[in-house]
Design a binder for this molecule. Structure first.
Ligand code: ATP
Length: 264
């Protein structure tokens, strides 16, 4: 097991955002967290990457306790987050942003960057074309690619992805998800939070359903895609259409599940 959360509780002041979350991710897996607004998905990722302290419970990565470690030390262990809202450095070029990703890398004698750049540019040819352009001038989709590429530069064993499809046109969403599948095939474990639950469940091997800070279900992703209660709560009852079929795949049905599918 690569990542394990056991009975994790997290507070924002007096508000208990995670009420005893337990989950596991095995090496090589893609796991997704599904849930409505405020369920605790983002908090779970932030807690894993060391940005939120746990009140109680444990987070272990590769059999080491990591709760309480500074975020940069967690990155050095091989666990990187590609944050919600992308967070690229707007004044730095694409190249410089990618170099920053490698900076966090562990080990003496930092290996040359070239193979990593080649890998990222292989996955995202668009970034190669734009390598000298400032991050802030990229389109939303390109910034998302850059955020993912930057995380990969640290040669992580596992990447946490928060809403990689947010604000992207449907065609780009499909592209990003294809690339995530390829990144996983190349050996990187993924934990994914995504409003676009249908798309996430198609990509993932397994999923956890979170409701108000608790895991209420865990199952094979394919089983959840077929599950009537999950369909009506999180998938807008429209799994077949998915993304790529034009407008608002996740509209209707579930409340609090604004599809991130339509803004170009
Ligand atoms: P969304 O899809 O809306 O981002 P989420 O499942 O990611 O939802 P979280 O953002 O993890 O949910 O929020 C979990 C709970 O913690 C919510 O009740 C939320 O109001 C609360 N919360 C999140 N961030 C803060 C904060 N900075 N201060 C106070 N409460 C917060």
């Amino acid at each position: 097991m690569l990542l394990e959360l056991e009975d994790v509780r997290v507070h924002y002041g007096k508000v208990e955002a995670l009420k005893g979350v337990s989950l596991q991710v095995d090496e090589g897996e893609i796991v997704t967290l599904v849930g409505g607004n405020g369920a605790g998905k983002t908090t779970t990722l932030k807690t894993i990457s060391g940005l939120r302290p746990v009140t109680s419970g444990s987070v272990r990565f590769d059999d080491r306790p990591i709760s309480g470690l500074a975020p940069y030390r967690i990155v050095r262990l091989g666990l990187c987050q590609s944050p919600e809202g992308r967070g690229v450095f707007p004044g730095m070029t694409v190249m410089e942003n990618l170099e920053m990703g490698a900076y966090a890398r562990s080990g003496r004698g930092r290996p040359a960057l070239r193979p990593d750049l080649e890998r990222v540019f292989g996955l995202f040819p668009r970034l190669a074309e734009r390598r000298n352009q400032a991050g802030g001038t990229l389109s939303g989709g390109e910034q998302q690619m850059l955020a993912i590429g930057r995380a990969l530069m640290a040669r992580p064993r596992m990447v946490l992805l928060d809403e990689p499809s947010m604000g992207l046109a449907t065609m780009l969403v499909t592209q990003i998800f294809d690339i995530l599948a390829e990144i996983n095939r190349q050996g990187t474990t993924l934990l994914l939070v995504e409003q676009n639950a249908a798309q996430a469940l198609r990509l993932a091997h397994r999923a956890y359903v979170l409701e108000t800070g608790r895991v209420v279900r865990s199952a094979a992703a394919a089983d959840l895609l077929d599950d009537e209660s999950v369909k009506s709560a999180y998938l807008g009852g429209d799994v077949e259409a998915g993304v790529g079929e034009g407008d608002g795949d996740a509209e209707g049905g579930g409340d609090g599940d604004p599809s991130a599918s339509s803004v170009p």
